[in-house]
Design a protein around this ligand. Structure first.
Ligand code: R1P
Ligand code: URA
Length: 293
């Protein structure tokens, strides 16, 4: 069967043969990928590499490929938000699965292992600052996956309905509709092992209002967080807020890659405590992921 062709306007390739935003070339992408939000965290991850083959930077996207104990790994910063995950995941998938010479989908597709290492807000008493949380599921409040045709086939529609009923939202609060998506089960087992909290992560299209933080402007639903905290689905609870895991899990699933997110809690919303000195402790999470990936 004729493989799909991608025009110049759809797949933008720079003059040096690198992909438009990331500025990475196909041969520079490893099968194991770590995504981080903060560009500064890329160098923290890469500081553990035994060898480095390339370092590329463009806007908020910093990329280093190297090896850790013989494993070839690419670490990329995404900046903040699911909109950037759309860019990074589509460009990473293009690097892996599109022939840049012919602009056709490759005959043999690569499946990548992708782990996001981030920071998050904790929503339960058992997720105080310093806790490592692995996302078994993500709820996307960002709407990104709704633009992709396979969305209903990969999402847990019953969980979405249960959450909307529980929140009692209607009208503007439902636009765009939240989507519920599972992370890759085998990757969750390997990365979370038996020492990380596993839970449902809500990925928001903002840090303040969408996460129920009220500064000067009142919120539409002041009880949102209380409702999220006591939502239960098949014995599972919502553990944390961050801003990227839903788009990552959803796009990885549609593209045939394995993905999950692990985050260190830096602020607990119930206890109302934050830890701004988290940068040294997140290195412990990075070291665990490098061992387990
Ligand atoms: C908000 O402060 C940012 O921190 C979290 C959120 O998801 C958002 O990107 O993750 P990172 O620490 O990976 O950026
Ligand atoms: N990142 C988030 O998105 N929320 C928090 O509360 C902390 C980190």
């Amino acid at each position: 069967m004729e493989k799909k062709y991608f025009a110049e306007s759809e797949l933008i390739i720079n003059e040096d043969g690198s992909i438009f935003h990331l500025h990475v070339k196909p041969e520079q992408l490893a099968d194991k990928v770590i995504l981080v939000g903060d560009p500064g965290r890329v160098d923290l991850v890469a500081s553990h590499f035994d060898t480095k083959e390339c370092a590329v930077e463009s806007r908020e996207f910093r990329t280093v490929t190297g090896t850790y104990k013989g494993k070839r790994i690419t670490v990329i910063s995404t900046g903040i938000g699911c909109d950037n995950i759309d860019i990074v995941m589509n460009e990473v998938d293009a690097l892996a699965n599109i022939d840049f010479e012919t602009r056709h989908e490759k005959e043999t597709l690569r499946s990548l292992e992708i782990v996001r290492i981030g920071t998050c807000g904790g929503l339960q008493l058992y997720t105080p600052a310093g806790t490592f949380v692995c996302s078994e599921y993500s709820i996307g409040f960002d709407g990104l996956l709704n633009f992709y045709a396979g969305r209903n086939a990969v999402c847990d529609l019953q969980m979405e309905r249960a959450l909307l009923n529980h929140l009692g939202w209607s009208g503007n609060m439902c636009q765009p509709a939240p989507y519920a998506i599972a992370a890759d089960k085998e990757l969750v087992e390997r990365i979370a092992a038996d020492d990380m909290v596993r839970g449902i992560t809500v990925a928001c299209g903002g840090f303040f209002g969408p996460q129920g933080r009220e500064l000067r402007i009142p919120l539409t639903d002041p009880n949102q967080n209380e409702k999220l905290e006591n939502f239960e689905y098949n014995g599972k609870h919502i553990t944390n807020f961050e801003m990227e895991s839903s788009a990552l899990a959803g796009l990885a699933r549609l593209m045939g890659h394995k993905a999950t997110t692990v985050c260190m809690v830096i602020a607990n919303r119930r206890i109302k405590k934050a830890d701004t000195g988290y940068k040294s402790h997140i290195d412990d999470l990075i070291k665990e992921v490098l061992e387990r990936l």
